[in-house]
Design a protein around this ligand. Structure first.
Ligand code: ZN
Length: 210
């Protein structure tokens, strides 16, 4: 029996994998009927085999889970990006029309209160959704100083008593700027009018003061 045991042991792996010839298979099965030892070895092989199979299956499932997780993460990030882009564009374009066209009406130094009011009223009457901001000569100096804060010497001679800067009205509007210009351009008290139309909505959004 001892010798047969050695032969059968060698065959047990192949037997478990079901790749033996019919003759060898019969030999092993015949031997197993009478040998507890070899039966135990076969059981261990079977158990090992099952465990390895399970480990492989678990690895496989883990891989699938990971792939699905990665896929979901990509989808979620994609959706978030899409929403952010949409919100950003809504912000950019909702105010674009108004910010895109601005004008500054520079005023003569000798303009009267009444003339200034007339200009403002005329603009309000002939436009919609319009912001009007009055900038006095003194405020104009402050704005200049801020603009040239790296070269303060440039403005050494500019002060309230000796102020070459005109007061002006700053206008943001949804109405076509050319229309407003044509209506007010001959009114008393206006020195000159400067208009800007910014055609890039993103540039306008990033630098509203351009
Ligand atoms: Zn045996």
């Amino acid at each position: 029996m001892k010798n047969e045991c050695d032969i059968v042991k060698d065959l047990l792996f192949s037997y478990n994998d079901n790749v033996l010839s019919t003759a060898s298979k019969e030999l092993v099965e015949q031997h197993l009927k009478n040998c507890e030892n070899c039966k135990n070895i076969l059981n261990e092989i079977k158990q090992d085999h099952n465990e390895q199979k399970q480990i492989k299956e678990i690895d496989f499932l883990k891989k699938i889970k990971k792939k699905l997780f990665n896929k979901n993460v990509i989808i979620v990030i994609g959706i978030i990006l899409l929403v952010l882009i949409i919100v950003f564009n809504i912000l950019v374009f909702s105010n674009y029309k108004k910010i895109a066209s601005t004008m500054e009406i520079y005023l003569k130094d000798n303009i009267s209160e009444q003339e200034l009011e007339d200009i403002k009223n005329k603009i309000i009457e002939n436009s919609n959704n319009t912001e009007i901001e009055y900038v006095s000569k003194e405020q104009a100096i402050e704005i200049m100083k801020e603009k040239f804060n790296t070269k303060p010497n440039l403005l050494n001679n500019v002060n309230v008593e000796n102020n070459p800067l005109p007061a002006f009205i700053k206008i943001k509007t949804n109405t076509k700027i050319e229309l407003i210009v044509s209506i007010i351009k001959d009114m008393k008290g206006i020195a000159y009018i400067s208009t800007h139309t910014n055609v890039n909505p993103y540039a306008v959004f990033i630098h509203p003061t351009l």
